[in-house]
Design a protein around this ligand. Structure first.
Ligand code: FES
Ligand SMILES: [Fe+2]
Length: 383
């Protein structure tokens, strides 16, 4: 049976009958090809935060996975009208890469033959083009040429782009999630760290692990669960076809919001939200800080993880030593990463057995199943 038939077979069962995806799903080149085309080629992919593009001309570059296996580089920038826009990071003359990394530019000048673009992607002009003509024979007209744009949407301070020119708007799909996370005002959180890691595992195993509320008490007994097992404080919520979340809330737990934070009230000041926007965006959102990952495949057995930590502005302002505070948060996140790392690489290392695990999941793995149902639905004839 093909992996697609296997996935279709397991689709649509009640959660009580949930099982792990077949091991073939984590090793199949055919499935990866489908994921790149159908998921990463169509759905909304996070490329960063608006906080990274505060000023007009601020730009960042990001790599989007493609069906051909290579990456597609895009420029994401703050245009003169204040909007965030995304373009292919490629000159329309002969395809030179325009920008590297991040920075600020009033205009974009191609490093190859110095064609110049405005921040809205329109072409100002190119030198020594006086003898060139358009296809209809008229003189070269810069106003007829512009960078190739991608659909771009800002959601709660996160910038998403889609490689599908006709992508359905993202915000309506995430309305239910915005109802949960909107109150945190996370668009104002201040970035304190960013990093890119490559792990030897399948990208789906990383999404599943991030959304798995079941392993915390065990794998993270010395980090997240160091002050006690809070598993019973975790509430699982059913996901949708495009996102999932659960919350951790301890009645007697500490107020995680700074005193100056007046927008979070009541229990929300003690609530941690774990959310995923499929396929590859996950975030741990707390009243005091957030940690988000942009997860993209580099093959069936390798994943690229671009992650940031950002701190709530009131929390940062309340610190007598913000540097020490930030270092503590990062130490915690690094420890958590080091605890997850061998587990998710170990699962991938074991995918070459013929027999997939077939035992039931815990109710705490509800969001793992939500993500797996998204995979089953979108990559089989169920969609
Ligand atoms: S490739 Fe950019 S100006 Fe020639
Ligand atoms: Fe973990």
């Amino acid at each position: 049976m093909s992996i697609f038939d296997e996935l279709a077979d397991g689709w649509g069962k009640p959660f009580a009958q949930a099982r792990m995806l077949p091991l073939e799903a984590y090793r199949s080149d055919d499935l990866l090809q489908s994921e790149l085309t159908e998921l990463f080629g169509n759905d909304w992919l996070c490329v960063g935060r608006t906080a990274d593009l505060a000023e007009v001309g601020d730009y960042l570059t990001a790599e989007l996975p493609t069906a051909s296996g290579g990456n597609r580089s895009v420029i994401v920038l703050r245009a003169e009208d204040g909007e965030v826009r995304a373009f292919d990071n490629a000159c329309i003359h002969r395809g030179a890469q325009l920008l590297v990394g991040c920075g600020n530019e009033a205009r974009i000048t191609c490093p190859y033959h110095a064609w110049v673009y405005r921040l809205d992607g329109t072409l100002v002009g190119g030198p020594y083009m006086n003898e060139s003509v358009e296809v209809d024979g008229s003189p070269f007209d810069p106003s007829q040429h512009h960078l190739v744009g991608l659909p771009t949407e800002v959601w709660e301070g996160f910038i998403f782009v889609s490689q599908n020119p006709n992508a359905e708007p993202l915000a309506p799909e995430l309305e239910g999630l915005a109802d949960v996370v909107g109150r945190y005002e996370m668009q104002g959180y201040v970035r304190v760290h960013e990093q890119i890691d490559v792990w030897n595992t399948n990208w789906k195993l990383l999404v599943e692990n991030f959304m798995d509320a079941y392993h915390i008490f065990k794998v993270h007994k010395d980090s997240f669960a160091a002050d006690g097992d809070n598993t019973l404080d975790t509430t699982m919520y059913p996901g949708t076809g495009s996102w999932a979340h659960h919350r951790v809330h301890h009645d007697g737990g500490p107020d995680l919001a700074a005193a100056d934070n007046t927008h979070l009230v009541g229990d929300w000041r003690k609530t941690i939200v774990l959310a995923a926007v499929f396929p590859g965006f996950v975030v741990q959102l707390q009243p005091d800080w957030l940690w988000f990952l942009r997860i993209t495949p580099l093959g069936t057995g390798q994943v690229r993880i671009a992650w940031q930590v950002a701190v709530a502005p009131e929390t940062l302002a309340a610190q007598s030593d913000p540097t020490a505070y930030t270092a503590d948060v990062l130490a915690l996140v690094n420890q958590v990463n080091s605890e997850d790392h061998p587990v998710v690489e170990g699962i991938r290392a074991g995918v070459h057995r013929p027999q997939s695990p077939g035992a039931p999941l815990s109710y705490l793995e509800r969001n793992v199943w939500d993500f797996d149902e998204y995979i089953r639905t979108r990559l089989t004839s169920r969609s």
